[in-house]
Design a protein around this ligand. Structure first.
Ligand SMILES: Cc1cc2nc3c(=O)[nH]c(=O)nc-3n(C[C@H](O)[C@H](O)[C@H](O)COP(=O)(O)OP(=O)(O)OC[C@H]3O[C@@H](n4cnc5c(N)ncnc54)[C@H](O)[C@@H]3O)c2cc1C
Length: 87
């Protein structure tokens, strides 16, 4: 088969890359060596995927260990609600 894009690895980066390419009508092959996509992402937040929740950004940032204020800038572009909508 022919593909326009081949993405190696079905973690969050690979999933986003594959979805973005497919949204541009590219034929995409996503190759994952493990039995499940997004396995590491699912582990995050103690199994609760802590950026994929609907808490206000303020609360998520407050709960980031150390100084989570660096998240204000990325969240102003793409926040937890955007991640949920995307996936
Ligand atoms: C215990 C734990 C807790 C975490 N908690 C948080 C958190 O609270 N908040 C947060 O934002 N992040 C957290 N992270 C980090 C987050 O999970 C990672 O930042 C994220 O998974 C990175 O995504 P990625 O797609 O770059 O890489 P990965 O998730 O590592 O995905 C890479 C994928 O590529 C596959 N792969 C590798 N080599 C090949 C190959 N040769 N062929 C095919 N497939 C291949 C792997 O199997 C894997 O599925 C946590 C991670 C862990 C382990």
């Amino acid at each position: 088969m022919d593909f326009d894009v081949i993405v190696i690895g079905g973690g969050p980066s690979g999933l986003m890359a594959a979805i973005a390419a497919a949204e541009k009508n590219k034929r995409v092959l996503l190759v994952e060596k493990g039995p499940k996509l997004g396995r590491k992402l699912i582990l995050s937040g103690g199994g609760r995927c802590n950026v994929t929740n609907r808490k206000p950004a303020e609360e998520i940032i407050k709960n980031i260990p150390g100084n989570g204020r660096f998240m204000y800038s990325p969240f102003s572009e793409f926040n937890n609600e955007d991640i949920i909508a995307f996936f």
